[in-house]
Design a protein around this ligand. Structure first.
Ligand code: PEP
Length: 253
């Protein structure tokens, strides 16, 4: 499996626009000095998207959103639709991040609506899955992730599948400094691919990008990225430091 890796930065609710532009400029500068095959995406707050589109114009860095409404337009105060994102040049959007599941009541079902809405606008979803600490302690982690995959992916037609990226993010590893071991991460990625293959076949399952997320940093990135089933990383905290983020991209190859 020699597809280029993808490293995506999820900035969450961090940086004002001026801070964000300064950080983005440092990242662009660092990326230009790298010889890398790795694809890069940055998901800043919504308020940054329009300016970031201009800043990213002559770069290979892809603009991503952190969320999207499951509705296309109408009386849904505070929501942002896929149509709006498309006009701003957004190419990817994170769906069902564990913080959205935990604090905003998002579910596998709402994720499916969001993914369908994005795909209609040809924006590629990054669908987040992952178990809670208690699931892993009770050895229910495979069961939980299988449900997150089947309730969503099995509802999609096969031509949509290569447009989808999965991010496996064990909730106990997000923002905690605890990382899944490379072996634990690889094992779950292999399992996810097998669940996809059961429905869509090995070929299509092999085309789906599966990222690891959860306290990835410059120190642990190489070992994680060396795992055969890991196609890249979704990075939170470390994507807010240009040097760290660049080091992770470098580690990805
Ligand atoms: C994330 O927000 O998707 C994430 C993985 O965060 P962190 O890298 O900070 O754990």
């Amino acid at each position: 499996m020699n597809k280029p890796k993808l490293v995506a930065g999820n900035w969450k609710m961090n940086t004002t626009l001026s801070e964000g532009i300064a950080l983005l400029e440092s990242i662009i500068k660092g990326v230009k000095l790298l010889k890398t095959n790795t694809k890069i995406a940055i998901a800043p707050p919504f308020t940054h998207l329009s300016e970031f589109r201009k800043a990213l114009k002559n770069t290979d860095v892809c603009l991503a959103a952190q969320n999207v409404s499951d509705k296309l337009q109408g009386a849904f105060t505070g929501e942002i639709s896929a149509l709006m994102l498309k006009e701003l040049g957004v190419k990817k959007a994170i769906v069902a991040h564990s913080e959205r599941r935990q604090y905003f009541g998002e579910t596998n079902e709402s994720a499916l609506f969001k993914i369908k809405t994005l795909l209609k606008q040809d924006i590629h979803p990054i669908y987040c899955v992952g178990e809670l600490l208690e699931d892993r302690e009770r050895e229910r982690h495979f069961e939980v992730v299988e449900e997150q995959i089947t309730t969503v992916l099995y509802q999609l037609t096969e031509e949509k599948l290569p447009k989808l990226t999965i991010a496996y993010e064990p909730v106990w590893a997000i923002g905690t400094g605890k990382t899944a071991t490379p072996e634990q991460a690889n094992e779950m990625h292999e399992f996810i691919r097998a669940v996809i293959a059961k429905r869509f076949g090995e070929d299509l399952a092999g085309q789906v990008m599966i990222l690891y997320g959860g306290s990835v940093n410059s120190g642990n990135a190489s070992a994680l990225m060396a795992q055969p089933q890991i196609d890249g990383a979704l990075v939170g905290g470390a994507s807010l430091k240009a040097e760290e983020f660049i080091a992770i991209i470098k580690a990805a190859g």
